[in-house]
Write a protein that binds this ligand. Structure first.
Ligand code: WT7
Length: 649
């Protein structure tokens, strides 16, 4: 509540600049028209977007078939994502794009590649043929465990070309996480690389795949991209080099005519239980959503160099590094490495080097750069920038103002975009030509999106009261389910209210109807814009023989937004201290990945519980934050635990 009060005191308003509004893809009049249409008849609005922004082999028969919680969009329509992202830019009036940069890739060591739409077409066709040759058929799953290299983009587009469903696993996840995801999706082929570059040195990826595949019987073949040239073990009969497979592969491969509801990809994300959820997205609705939002919100033009700093292993990378951007025929920049290597101004150097015009990043990165000092961005020419975006967590007003001043030079509109892995595309956002922005607010729902703040009973909450963020009507990019678990899909998202989507975030609206997102209301933490479930970390901790019990909470952190604090009860007789603390942190990294490592481990002989045995996380959160007095303790079973946890005894 204190957070929202300080946010709601934020009175600064930034109006769109006329110079920007005049040239925008979506001008004020268009925005108003679409808002009216989207409110009155969202299906008509989205159908118009699907017609105008996506190419179809066969037009749909029905815009929406909705039997909550199951949606089918553009029923009967046939299309292909790689055709939309590539082929249509090589034909007719667009044919000049043949030699336009589709992907500008910058490696961490400073090497780079520019891939034109024409070349992308050839490479994608070739890899599609390689996949076919390996026996991959329509509907088969292909898993990815890759660094940020162009081959990742090529291979995912190749999957879409033949109707294989991809499941990209972020390269920072551990072998065990990878194994779980491969098995859950039943992947037939894995695409990986020998490694990638991070902080000036190669890091290996293939050994984790070898590890993961001990216990993943579904996988038949592994294709390995040579990126670092490090010595790599290859299992005969299973592992194949990308470059050898591509040699001689045909550059012709007709795009499959896929059903609008054909499974496009699965992407795993954390939930409130230990097991990650395979979020399923399909073809026609998803592509309509991401293409339309990219055109409207990022104002993509042919002259733009657009850079979204997200890794393709996250939803932001799927929707707004690749699909939504290429479908618009725009140029997307991909960077392989860390933001501060070899110097703290690497990102700003990249903007200067390639003349980046539209830049989309996360608050945690912005806060890191604030700390590093203004001299780094100030030492580079950022005058090419014309629009800035933010995603992943609420942006604090100080970070917003810095972004506006130091990076945008007070010239660039900022779009703070709220959405989720589950929503597929952006849901609440400013439209740069038509919405006044307020630092810290994602502003208003995108046209055709029916977002609201509801209370427990599903009644709309009057401003300025807070409540749960909900989406009341289906939208085209919405998830179609949790892979293999329809019951969990229902329970997680559709059981709080009848036929209304529960997003898991708390939010408020102000008098102008602006949304202020406050963060998760469930047991999911947001670490640097990435979701980690408390239960996942807890189960990684208790799997260690020395641990009897563990409870994990998030505490506010100036850079990462939230930091993980683990309260651990060691087994009787175990000697605990810094050594065990380090062992446990490594254990979490091994089981989940380095991003889930607790910032702090506190040992305790007991955890605060209710009389029914439920761990009182709320109290632990207060303690982790160092609050003097903790909240309501009337249901606490053993009062002495609290004092011991705070170190009073
Ligand atoms: C959660 C979704 C798709 C974006 C990348 C993260 C938080 C995301 C914002 C924003 C406030 C935000 C929410 C949401 N979030 N964007 N602009 N303002 N909060 O995707 O891993 O699926 O996480 O990120 O809490 O529920 P994700």
């Amino acid at each position: 509540m204190a957070d929202i009060e300080s946010l709601l005191k934020e009175k600064r308003v930034f109006k769109p600049k006329p110079e920007f509004s005049r040239q925008a893809n979506w001008k004020k009049s268009t925005i108003n028209e679409y808002r009216r249409l989207g409110a009155k008849n969202p299906e008509r609005f989205w159908a118009k977007m699907a017609r105008e922004n996506v190419s179809w082999f066969t037009r749909w028969k029905k815009v929406l078939q909705w039997k909550a919680p199951n949606a089918k969009w553009f029923v009967g329509g046939k299309l292909n994502v790689s055709y939309n992202c590539i082929d249509r830019h090589l034909e007719g009036d667009n044919a000049w794009r043949r030699n336009k940069a589709a992907i500008i890739w910058e490696g961490e060591p400073g090497d780079s590649r520019v891939i034109t739409y024409g070349e992308l077409h050839r490479e994608v066709c070739k890899f599609a043929n390689v996949l076919k040759g390996l026996g991959v058929k329509k509907g088969d799953r292909v898993a990815f465990y890759m660094p940020m290299v162009p081959e990742l983009a090529i291979a995912m587009l190749a999957c879409t070309r033949i109707g294989a469903t991809h499941s990209i696993v972020f390269g920072g996840f551990s072998a065990e996480s990878l194994r779980d995801r491969i098995n859950d999706a039943g992947a037939k082929v894995v695409v990986t690389a020998d490694g990638g570059y991070r902080r000036g040195a190669p890091f290996p990826l293939k050994p984790a795949v070898d590890d993961a595949l001990k216990g993943a019987e579904c996988v038949e073949k592994v294709v390995v991209v040579k990126r670092t040239g490090t010595q790599t073990e290859m299992t005969a009969g299973r592992d194949l080099w990308w470059h050898e497979q591509m040699q001689g592969a045909s550059t012709k491969c007709a795009p499959a005519k896929l059903d609008a509801e054909h499974p496009l990809f699965i992407l795993y994300t954390s939930g409130t239980t230990g097991k990650p959820k395979g979020i399923l997205h399909t073809t026609g609705g998803y592509l309509t959503h991401v293409t339309t939002t990219a055109q409207a919100i990022f104002d993509l033009k042919d002259e733009d160099v657009y850079w979204c700093t997200a890794d393709i292993g996250w939803i932001t990378g799927h929707s707004y590094v690749i699909y939504g951007v290429l479908a618009n025929g725009a140029t997307t920049l991909m960077y392989e490495g860390v933001p501060t290597h070899p110097a703290p101004d690497r990102w700003w150097e990249i903007i200067e080097k390639w003349g980046v015009t539209v830049f989309y990043t996360a608050p945690t990165a912005i806060r890191t750069f604030i700390r590093l000092g203004d001299e780094h961005p100030n030492g580079r020419d950022l005058s090419s920038l014309r629009l800035l975006g933010s995603v992943g967590e609420p942006i604090n007003p100080e970070a917003w103002i810095w972004y506006n001043k130091v990076i945008g030079k007070r010239r660039c509109p900022i779009v703070d975009t709220w959405w989720q892995t589950e929503t597929g595309g952006i849901m609440i956002t400013p439209l740069p030509a038509g919405v006044d922005t307020k630092p810290g607010s994602a502003t208003l729902p995108f046209p055709g999106v029916d977002a609201a703040i509801l209370d427990d009973d599903g009644d709309e909450v009057e401003p300025p009261n807070g409540g749960f963020l909900a989406i009341r009507k289906p939208w085209p990019g919405m998830m179609r389910g949790i892979w293999g678990d329809p019951q969990r899909f229902r329970e997680t998202y559709w059981s709080k209210w009848k036929d209304i989507y529960f997003a898991g975030d708390g939010a408020h609206r102000d008098k102008q109807g602006y949304f202020w997102i406050m963060g998760r209301v469930d047991d999911v933490m947001n670490i640097s814009g990435h979701r980690i479930g408390t239960m996942e970390v807890e189960s990684a901790l208790v799997s260690h023989a020395d641990v009897a019990e563990a409870a994990v909470v998030g505490r506010p952190d100036a850079i990462t937004g939230t930091a993980i604090v683990a309260f651990v009860t060691p087994r009787g007789g175990v000697v605990y201290g810094d050594t065990l603390s380090k062992t446990l942190r490594d254990q979490v990294a091994k089981e989940i990945g380095a991003i889930a490592k607790p910032a702090e481990i506190r040992f305790t002989d007991a955890l605060p519980k209710t009389r029914s045995g439920k761990i009182m996380r709320r109290l632990l959160r207060d303690i982790a934050e160092g609050k003097e007095s903790v909240g309501d303790t009337t249901t606490l079973e053993d009062y002495s635990v609290l004092a011991r946890l705070r170190g009073d005894e």
